[in-house]
Structures are given as structure tokens and as C-alpha cells.
Design a protein around this ligand. Structure first.
Ligand SMILES: [Zn+2]
Length: 331
């Protein structure tokens, strides 16, 4: 049975602390200057969640299987044996389930570093100047995408994308669209648009479908962080993809887009998720894919085809991009 290690930990933790940067942003409490205890398990390093909470100046309480972090201006909720978490009110899927070790909840070090820290501490994000955004309306031409009763994915996502482009241009961004008409493009052609225009961000806009018509809501995908499995699999594709150079940025961009699109639309939060989508794998810049709703749900289909709702969705995605731009701007 592995034991908590402080020494080995200390080394990893010091490295982590160094990555974590010079200190907390204004308004945040200073991280505690002590090492996070960790333990090596068969599936990687786990960190004592109590220590991780204390690192942010948060208090941890454990009730049955629920692990709560609370404190000034931040909160998080985890469930033992589950991969889903709620961070500051938004669902974020973890790469590994929270586990118990010596009667203490522990979390994967990768999840802590790449999925939680970039949300709870914006200083952990690399600085980036965000000027050029490539918007990618999914599908098109002979590929209709998902179909509802009256509407097709390719048409509603183009409308949302055109509105998004308009809002971002008004906000001073340079915007390029992978398509502005009902045109077929391969996934490689979409990535090529990002390369050609030296995009700072890439946002692919889609709508979802499920066999169960009652399923509805918004989910935003990023490439699984390096060495982790996607949300719907336990298989790790350990090949390092170009998009993995931006793991922290991908996560924070997805989080902000998910948060702001929900705030504008009041849609159901299906969470920030990870999937090895081809269009995200080989991107030359941070990028995400948002599923703006389920066209298979009759009510959401009507909303997705409604111009006022399309504008609200576009405004939410734009607000997420603007929030991200501010978070990563040089101090
Ligand atoms: Zn799609």
C-alpha cells in the first residue's frame, strides 16, 4: 500500500509551486507555503485534496462522498469515485475519479495542475496576446451534421457563428471564418485556416444530438490534456498532439465559453468535457469545440433556430472569449 510521501512530493511540489508563479492575483489569498502531500498510485500521482484546498486558502469539508472546498470568492465540489466536479458553479469533468487514500480524498496531480489550477488561479495561465480568432461553423454542404425535426445542425451553427463573428469584430478582434456559406470543408481544411491566418484562438461551433430526446444543454470540449483519457473513455491516447501544447489555455477558454454562454442563455450545464476531436488535435493555437445545444430536443431545436436565441448564444461565446483575452493579457 503506498504511503503519502512528503519528500518526493516536495520536489514535485516545488516544481509545481515554481510553475504556479510569483503569487496570487489581487483579491486572491496567498497560497500556503507548504508542500502538498502526494502518493504514487498505479494510475499516477495523487494529491491530498485538503492540501490542495489550503493552497488556495479554501476550507475543505467532507460529507459522505461529497468533498467541498469553500472560502473567499471560490468554491468547488467533488464526489469520491466520480470524474465530475463543479468549480465556481460550472461543471468540469476530471480525467481521473477522486479517490480515498488513508481516509483522505485525493485527486490526480494532472487534474489539479491542468484542470483545476488554471481556473482557481489565473496566474497559472501562460500570457498570450489574443487578436485573431478563427470561428469554425461545423459541417456544411453535403455534411448536414445532426438533424432535428425541422432544422439541420449545419444551418443553425452557421447563423450562430456569423453573429459571433460580428460581435467579436465590434470588440476589436480580427475574425476569420472557416466558412460563411453552406460549404463542405474537411477537418484538415479547417485547421489550415487557423494556420494560414496565424490564429490566436480557434472556436468550433456545433449542435448536438442524442437518441434520448429529453437530453438538452450546452457542453464545451477541449482536447484531453496530455496523457489523459477523454470524458467518454478510459483509453489514454498518449501521443502528444500539437494541441496539447495549450492544455491550460484550452481548459480556461472552454471554461469561460461554457460559463458565459450559460449565463446568457440559461441553458442546462452539461459541463466542460474532453474529447480527441480531430479538429482540436492538431491546432496551432488554443481551441475548443462548443456544442450549443441538442437539436434532437424539440424545445432546444426551436431555440437554436430562433434568431434572438442565436444572438444570445453568440453573445455568450463572445463574452467567454473576451474574458479569456483579459485573463491571459500581460499584467
Ligand atoms: Zn457537429
Amino acid at each position: 500500500m503506498p504511503q503519502f510521501h512528503s519528500a518526493r512530493l516536495l520536489k514535485a511540489l516545488l516544481a509545481l509551486a515554481l510553475c504556479l508563479g510569483a503569487g496570487p492575483a489581487a483579491g486572491q489569498r496567498a497560497p500556503s507555503p507548504f508542500p502538498l502531500r502526494s502518493v504514487q498510485t498505479g494510475s499516477g500521482v495523487r494529491i491530498a485534496m485538503r492540501d490542495a484546498a489550503a493552497f488556495y486558502g479554501l476550507r475543505q469539508t467532507v460529507r459522505d462522498k461529497t468533498v467541498l472546498w469553500s472560502g473567499s470568492g471560490a468554491s468547488a465540489e467533488f464526489t469520491v469515485d466520480r470524474r465530475n466536479a463543479k468549480i465556481n458553479g460550472i461543471q468540469v469533468n476530471l480525467s481521473h475519479a477522486v479517490a480515498m487514500h488513508e481516509k483522505q480524498p485525493v485527486i490526480s496531480e494532472v487534474d489539479f495542475r491542468l484542470l483545476i489550477d488554471p481556473i482557481l488561479r489565473a496566474r497559472a495561465l501562460p500570457r498570450q496576446r489574443v487578436m485573431t480568432v478563427v470561428i469554425d461553423p461545423g459541417h456544411g454542404g453535403r455534411d448536414p451534421g445532426a438533424a432535428g425535426r425541422q432544422h439541420e445542425e449545419k444551418a443553425v451553427v452557421l447563423q450562430i457563428s456569423l453573429r459571433l463573428g460580428q460581435i467579436l469584430r465590434q470588440q476589436g478582434f480580427r475574425v476569420h471564418m472557416t466558412r460563411v456559406t453552406d460549404q463542405y470543408l474537411t477537418l484538415e481544411q479547417r485547421i489550415e485556416v487557423a494556420r494560414r491566418h496565424r490564429a490566436d484562438l480557434f472556436v468550433s461551433i456545433h449542435a448536438n444530438a442524442a437518441a434520448n430526446q429529453s437530453v438538452h444543454g450546452v457542453e464545451t470540449f477541449l482536447l484531453p490534456p496530455r496523457g489523459t483519457a477523454g470524458t467518454y473513455t478510459n483509453r489514454v491516447l498518449d501521443t502528444h498532439r500539437a494541441g496539447n501544447a495549450f492544455d491550460k489555455q484550452n481548459l480556461r477558454l472552454a471554461y469561460e465559453i461554457q460559463r458565459h454562454s450559460l449565463a446568457r442563455t440559461r441553458a442546462n450545464d452539461r459541463g466542460v468535457k474532453h474529447a480527441t476531436f480531430q479538429v482540436l488535435r492538431d491546432l496551432p493555437c488554443p481551441g475548443v469545440l462548443i456544442e450549443t445545444g441538442f437539436i434532437s430536443n424539440p424545445r432546444e431545436e426551436q431555440l437554436l433556430a430562433n434568431p434572438a436565441y442565436q444572438t444570445r448564444m453568440a453573445a455568450g461565446i463572445a463574452a467567454g472569449i473576451i474574458a479569456y483575452r483579459e485573463l491571459v493579457a500581460s499584467p
